[in-house]
Design a protein around this ligand. Structure first.
Ligand code: ZN
Ligand code: ZN
Length: 97
């Protein structure tokens, strides 16, 4: 089985080249994004995405939970969390929204 051995050595050298390339890319992208963090002006919480910070400032930071569960006293700051709560806790209830 000489064919198999050659294949193995070829893919190995390709693999090591690929690894060194991706490592270099990961390092450069880390350096590029390090000064692009978005931090909350109120509490200093840092987000990688501007949209995440926007959601935090609009719905979470210093805010009371405004999405209330129609089936129990549970409240949440994010609509997605309420949907997950209803799906998890009240999956047998009819959903009218
Ligand atoms: Zn905040
Ligand atoms: Zn509930």
């Amino acid at each position: 089985m000489t064919e198999k051995g050659e294949e193995g050595s070829a893919s190995w050298s390709q693999h090591s080249l690929f690894t060194s390339l991706t490592t270099a890319l990961a390092i450069s992208s880390q350096q590029a994004s390090s000064d692009k963090k978005h931090s909350c002006r109120n509490c200093g919480k840092v987000y990688a995405l501007a949209s995440s910070l926007y959601t935090h400032e609009k719905y979470q930071c210093g805010k009371e939970p405004q999405f209330k569960c129609p089936y129990c006293p549970h409240k949440t700051k994010l609509k997605g969390n309420l949907k997950a709560h209803i799906g998890f806790k009240h999956s047998n209830m009819p959903r009218d929204f």
